[in-house]
Design a protein around this ligand. Structure first.
Ligand SMILES: Cc1cc2nc3c(=O)[nH]c(=O)nc-3n(C[C@H](O)[C@H](O)[C@H](O)COP(=O)(O)O)c2cc1C
Length: 225
């Protein structure tokens, strides 16, 4: 009986601790993501990144801005042109051509991946916009998971190791590009969209958001200490 009571006390203490941690995370999240502080900026060629961007905007009650590419990217010709421009790391003309980010503290930048590089319109935005003093979370979408080969060790077959290193390097390249925009990069999450319906992409986004917000809240708490 005494032992059972001790167990119960332990579980109650643990539950209280859990509640306190969750409250701190929530308050911290509320402070760093007050309504009006956050904007979701996205480009989407076929609508998948748009689903992700809208799901994030709904979660955060944030503003949302769509970037358009003045170059035609539809159909097979658009696909080939997009692949070529991305491979050559070209820029394009985007609309809106200039966005004033000074009224925001946080930006979620949502982009599809083209040839394991950031899409050309978002590359252009990173090149032209002033993100100084802004916390940026990068969100990418692609057919497959960017970390698909991450767990292969050096004993794995050559092709798996090659893909692991190739995806790793390209991911780092995208983050470096984002850093070069002077933004403070606070996180990156990726949604694999192949074969998923809109609802499934929304659900995958919600799951990643929960994880990423907890990580971001932890980080902003550490920064405040
Ligand atoms: C030119 C081009 C290159 C692409 N390259 C890749 C790639 O390297 N890896 C991948 O998994 N998906 C690749 N994709 C697929 C898209 O990244 C994926 O379908 C994305 O979710 C589409 O987003 P959107 O509908 O917002 O444009 C590519 C798509 C295009 C148009």
């Amino acid at each position: 009986m005494h032992k059972k009571l001790n167990h119960l006390k332990f579980y109650l203490k643990f539950f209280n601790l859990l509640l306190s941690v969750m409250t701190i995370l929530f308050i911290s999240f509320e402070q760093s993501y007050a309504a009006g502080d956050t904007v979701i900026v996205y480009y989407s060629r076929t609508g998948k990144s748009e689903v992700v961007a809208k799901a994030i905007a709904d979660t955060m009650s944030a503003d949302i801005i769509q970037i358009n590419d003045t170059r035609g990217r539809t159909g097979i010709c658009g696909f080939i042109l997009a692949a070529y421009d991305s491979q050559m790391e070209h820029y394009t003309q985007i609309e809106p051509a200039a966005i004033d980010f000074s009224k925001y503290k946080n930006v979620y930048l949502v982009s599809p991946i083209w040839n394991w590089k950031i899409s050309v319109p978002i590359r252009t935005l990173l090149h032209t916009a002033n993100f100084q003093g802004i916390k940026m979370a990068m969100v990418t979408t692609a057919n497959i998971d960017i970390k698909k080969y991450e767990n292969f060790g050096d004993e794995a077959p050559f092709i798996k190791k090659f893909l692991r290193d190739y995806l790793r390097d390209n991911r780092q390249g995208m983050l470096n590009l984002a850093k070069s925009s002077k933004a403070d990069i606070i996180g990156h999450f990726h949604i694999a969209t192949e074969g998923l319906s809109g609802e499934q992409i929304e659900a995958a986004t919600a799951a990643k958001m929960t994880k990423s917000l907890a990580a971001i809240s932890c980080r902003s708490m550490t920064e405040r200490q």
